[in-house]
Design a protein around this ligand. Structure first.
Ligand code: AMP
Length: 402
C-alpha cells in the first residue's frame, strides 16, 4: 500500500511516498522557496542520487503540482497513476486541546486547525494550505491530519497548567501543549520494543535533541510531561531558541535595549540558544570542533545545554518515580556520542552504566548502549516521523498492511 506523507511549511513542502507494507521510501523530496525567487524541487528515488530542478513556485499549489509531476513522471516517477496512493497523511503542528488522536480531514477538522492558528501562527496556516491544495489536486484520496501536540494530550492538569490567572487558560487556551509528539510516541514505542519491556508498564524518558529539542516523560506509553510549552520556545536551550528563561526577562530587555516585544520574540527564537551563548554557531558539530580548539564560549554553550538536559532528566525521573529506559533521538541525540557519554557519567547515581563500545560510531541504527548491569536501559532510536504519520494514517483508516 502506498501512502503519501506531506509536511507543508510556510515556504517549503516536504513529501515522502512510502510503500507501507514493505517499509520502503519510494520517493522523498522537498519543494523550497515557495513564493520566493530561486525556488526549486529536489527529490530522491529509493536510495538513488538526489536530483534538483529549478522551478518557479508562486504558491503551494505550484509545489504540489510539481510533486505530482515528479511522482508520476515517465523519467523519474515511482507510480503511474495517483490512484495508486491509498492515503495522504499530513503533519499538523498544533491541534490545541481538540485533537488527542489523528483524524480524517473534514470541513470541521479544517475549521479546528484554523482555530489553532492562534497558538501555531507560523506553522498551522501552512499545514492547512497543504491539506487544501492536496484536496483540490488529489480529490478522492483520503487525507488524515496527524498533530505534533496530540501525544501530549494525556498530560495531567498539574503538568500542563501554568500558574497564571485561570481565565487565561479558559478564555485563550494558554497552557502547556508540547511538541515533537509524533517523534516521542514513535521513539518510546520502539525503545520499549527493543528493550523487551511492555510499553504499558514502562517509565521512559525520551530526549529528542535536534535543532529543536524537547524531553518527554512517558509513563505506560502515555506522555505525562514534556519540556516545550504553549510554543516550541520553552524547555531546553536549543540551536537558536532560548528555552526556559525568567518570564520577567522580555519586559526587562524591552526597557534596557529599547526594542519591541516582537523583536525580543525574534531574538529568543532565532538568535539565542547555543548560538546566542557561543556567538559562533547553532550546529553542535561546529561547537564541538571549536570547543576542542579551546573556544571558551563554545564549550560553555555545550555545558549549558548538557546541564539543562541533566536537570530535566532528574526532574522526569521524579515525575515517573524512576526510569526504566532513557532514549536518545534526532540529530544530536543519535549522533553525538560524547554528549551521551558525559551525560550518562553524570547520571550514574540513577544506576546508569554506559557500554562505551556500543555508544561509539552509531549511524542511523537502533541500539541499546547501556551495559547488561545498568539499572536503566539507555537506547538510541533514530526518529522517523514520516513512518509514524504513515502508521497512524493507515491505522486510522483501518487499512490492512498490504
Ligand atoms: P535535526 O534537527 O534532528 O536534523 O538535528 C540537527 C542537529 O543535529 C544539528 O544542529 C547538528 O548540530 C546535530 N548533529 C548532526 N550530526 C551530529 C554529530 N555527529 N554530532 C553532534 N551533533 C550532530
Amino acid at each position: 500500500m502506498k501512502v503519501l506523507i506531506i509536511n507543508s511549511g510556510s515556504s517549503s513542502l516536504k513529501f515522502q511516498l512510502l510503500d507501507f507494507a514493505a517499509n520502503v521510501v519510494m520517493m522523498q523530496g522537498l519543494c523550497e522557496r515557495i513564493g520566493i525567487d530561486n525556488s526549486r524541487i529536489q527529490f530522491q528515488r529509493f536510495d538513488e542520487e538526489r536530483i534538483r530542478h529549478n522551478r518557479d513556485f508562486v504558491d503551494h499549489e505550484d509545489a504540489v503540482k510539481a510533486m505530482v509531476e515528479v511522482l508520476t513522471s515517465p523519467q523519474y516517477g515511482v507510480i503511474e497513476d495517483l490512484n495508486e496512493i491509498k492515503a495522504i497523511g499530513h503533519r499538523v503542528v498544533h491541534g490545541g486541546e481538540q485533537f488527542a488522536e489523528p483524524v480524517i480531514v473534514s470541513e470541521e477538522v479544517k475549521a479546528s486547525i484554523r482555530e489553532a492558528f492562534l497558538w501555531g501562527p507560523l506553522h498551522n496556516p501552512a499545514n492547512l494550505l497543504g491539506i487544501e491544495v492536496c484536496e483540490r489536486l488529489m480529490a478522492g484520496i483520503p487525507q488524515v491530519a496527524v498533530f505534533d501536540t496530540a501525544f501530549h494530550q494525556t498530560m495531567p492538569r498539574e503538568a500542563y497548567l501554568y500558574a497564571l490567572p485561570y481565565n487565561l487558560y479558559e478564555e485563550h487556551g494558554i497552557r502547556r501543549y508540547g511538541f515533537h509528539g509524533t517523534s516521542h510516541k514513535y521513539v518510546s514505542e520502539r525503545a520499549a520494543d527493543i528493550c523487551g519491556i511492555p510499553l504499558e508498564q514502562s517509565r521512559i524518558i525520551v530526549c529528542h535533541l535536534g535543532n529543536g529539542s524537547s524531553l518527554c516523560a512517558v509513563k505506560n506509553g502515555k506522555s505525562v510531561d514534556t519540556t516545550m510549552g504553549l510554543t516550541p520556545l520553552a524547555g531546553l536551550p536549543m540551536g537558536t531558541r532560548c528555552g526556559d528563561v525568567d518570564p520577567a526577562i522580555p519586559a526587562f530587555i524591552a526597557g534596557v535595549e529599547d526594542c519591541s516585544l516582537q523583536e525580543i520574540d525574534n531574538m529568543m527564537n532565532k538568535r539565542s540558544g547555543v548560538l546566542g551563548i557561543s556567538g559562533i554557531s547553532s550546529d553542535f558539530r561546529d561547537l564541538a570542533a571549536a570547543a576542542e580548539k579551546g573556544h571558551a564560549r563554545a564549550k560553555l554553550a555545550l555545558d549549558v545545554f548538557r546541564y539543562s538536559l541533566k536537570k530535566y532528566i532528574g526532574a522526569y525521573a521524579a515525575v515517573l518515580g524512576g526510569v526504566d529506559i532513557l532514549v536518545f533521538t534526532a540529530g544530536i541525540g543519535e549522533n553525538d556520542d560524547d554528549l551521551r557519554r558525559q551525560l550518562c557519567d553524570e547520571l550514574g547515581y540513577l544506576g546508569i552504566e554506559l557500554d562505551e563500545y556500543h555508544n561509539c560510531g552509531l549511524r542511523g541504527e537502533e541500539k541499546i548502549i547501556s551495559t547488561k548491569k545498568s539499572k536503566v536501559k539507555v537506547v538510541v532510536v533514530p526518529t522517523n516521523e514520516e513512518l509514524s504519520i504513515a502508521q497512524q494514517t493507515v491505522s486510522l483508516l483501518g487499512f490492512k498492511d498490504e
